[in-house]
Design a protein around this ligand. Structure first.
Ligand code: SF4
Ligand code: SF4
Ligand code: SF4
Length: 282
């Protein structure tokens, strides 16, 4: 039975709601898989709305976990309404915090894109360039990953309930990879977006020998110019040079990989030409 007591910043037991916008809903599903952690969290909060998990819903909530991207005009109005109601708004996963796959459509005009996908029915589709929730309203906490990093989700919940802020890590995945002594996948002849991707996942992919594909999005200070230079020009690192020689990247191919998780309209990618990258690649 819930008891009425002060929890962190809340003067009462906080009410939690989950909302989804355009996405696969895999982040909500991942949170449901928290199992024992979830039961522990439920000792401290009341979940009042969670379409993926329960039938009940409520228009009253303190904490809103919002998943997905903004892809329609009506989404903008909806997220603004949620923002107004929620004392705390958390973006759940990379669609909401950074952009993710939804933004692949941004490489075309909306007319071209709807024509390609919906043909004769294109006129019936209401859509705008995709962008993360964090680009539309103020956000109090962000979690990243596709799907969301569960350790980061748990950390954020604890910070909310204890009234602490959370700054997402802003270093490359390489830091966690090296910290754990994982073999760099470049040594196996595989390219990896770890040098420009925000860490915080524990380098879980490289731990198992897979490359980082950038699902947590670019870190704030990502030096794409240097990446272009290192992957497209002859340079000192013999192993990396061999990988580049084997794959024969073009700048477009590299940025195509980057854009899988980072393609929102306001994002400024560097000039695609390595000549424009400058002597240090920046
Ligand atoms: S971040 Fe990935 S797993 Fe989460 S909703 Fe978006 S596409 Fe799905
Ligand atoms: S495997 Fe990737 S993340 Fe790890 S050190 Fe190498 S480039 Fe960096
Ligand atoms: S290693 Fe890269 S692709 Fe894998 S979870 Fe971490 S950020 Fe995502």
């Amino acid at each position: 039975m819930a008891t009425e007591r002060t929890i962190g910043r809340f003067a009462h037991r906080p009410q939690v709601a989950f909302f989804d916008f355009a996405c696969c809903e895999g982040c909500q599903l991942s949170v449901l898989q928290l199992e024992e952690n979830l039961l522990e969290i439920l000792e401290h909060v009341d979940v009042v709305t969670w379409r993926e998990a329960m039938s009940e819903e409520s228009s009253e909530y303190d904490i809103a976990f919002c998943e997905g991207s903004i892809t329609r005009e009506e989404d903008i109005e909806r997220i603004k309404r949620i923002r107004e109601k929620a004392e705390v708004l958390v973006t759940l996963g990379s669609c909401a915090s950074g952009g993710c796959h939804n933004e692949l459509k941004n490489q075309w005009s909306m007319e071209e894109m709807t024509g390609l996908v919906y043909g004769d029915h294109a006129d019936e589709i209401d859509t705008i360039p995709s962008r993360p929730i964090s680009a539309v309203v103020d956000v109090d906490y962000q979690t990243f990953g596709c799907p969301v990093s569960l350790p980061e989700f748990v950390t954020v919940v604890k910070r909310i309930l204890t009234g602490q802020s959370y700054d997402p890590p802003n270093q490359p995945v390489c830091v966690e990879c090296k910290h754990n002594d994982y073999l760099c996948v470049f040594e196996k002849g595989t390219v990896c977006l770890g040098p420009v991707t925000r860490c915080g996942c524990g380098a879980i992919c490289t731990a198992y020998g897979d490359p980082c594909r950038g699902c947590r999005g670019l870190m704030d200070s990502a030096n794409l110019g240097a990446l272009l230079k290192a992957w497209t020009r002859e340079q000192a690192h013999a192993i990396l040079g061999k990988v580049v020689e084997r794959y024969g990247f073009t700048e477009e191919e590299i940025l195509a990989r980057v854009r899988v998780y980072n393609n929102w309209p306001e994002l400024e990618l560097p000039d695609l030409s390595p000549e424009e990258a400058g002597p240090d690649g920046d």
